[in-house]
Ligand binder design. Sequence first.
Ligand code: A3P
Length: 293
Amino acid sequence: MEVCSADPSLAETFDVYYYNHFSLPSFALRFLESKVSNFEAKEDDIYLVSYPKTGTTWAQELVYIINSDLNFSAAKSTPLNERFPYLEMLDLEDTRVENMPSPRYIKTHFPYSLLPSSILEKKCKLVYITRNPKDVVVSYYHFARMLRKTAYKGTFAQFFERFLQNRPTYSPFWKHNLEFWEHHNDPNVLFLHYEDLYTDPRAGVKEIASFFGKILSEEEIEKVIDHCSFNNMSKNPSTSQIDQENSAERIVGESKFFRKGKVGDWKSYFTEEMDQRMNQWIENHFRKSGLTF
Ligand code: A3P
């Protein structure tokens, strides 16, 4: 396996290393080098997997609420990061995940090819969420500007180039998506699109419920949608702590984690030329796959 540091000619402030065809942050590398072989999945574990900025947090809360039979009190009293920890952020001594009650809810940005093998061997439930890369690059640009240690100082146009060069952590976006798309029909995989949840949340909630073998009444569906709405998640301390608790890591005021939560915000950032280039890029990478955005 090859590890090498970021290309100095790009004058990057990103914490990014190449590893098995992916750009990874150093904490993910540490996990792969020290913890991955010891990681023991349990058969009833639930993994939320995604490329960053695709709606991960939203999908985590939806999955948690639905599969916990609408345990709103637990969801409100316990921070999402504790109910649903971030796999590769766990340091060596962290036994939180080992000690979690079943079913364990775990988030990761690892692509399929880098998931700990016991997750795949045990055929754990994997929920993958993706989003139109045009909105992802805009969301990622704002997020990168907030990161205290590696705050991105370039323009959106420069970040756009960086995205097409597969530089932001967990890139290439296309490879991350295609690896999972190959498994979208596996019975243990649910493949979600941000845009579908946004335009028809009722259908999205039903789809997630059915994946977990749950049947919800119309009233329950409405409650789930309301609890997981952008407005409520940005106000609910258990989910909005993602903004506040991490102030040591984030530059507060630069942007917000719960920024806009919209489909099509890219139109305020893209030039005509960027739009054409991204269309071509999507066409080149996804045409043969059947995965559309
Ligand atoms: P924007 O930056 O476009 O607003 P992730 O959780 O993968 O980091 O994704 C973050 C993106 O999801 C942000 O997008 C954020 O606003 C959006 N998001 C978070 N919660 C949401 C919700 N309940 N409904 C819609 N979008 C949400």
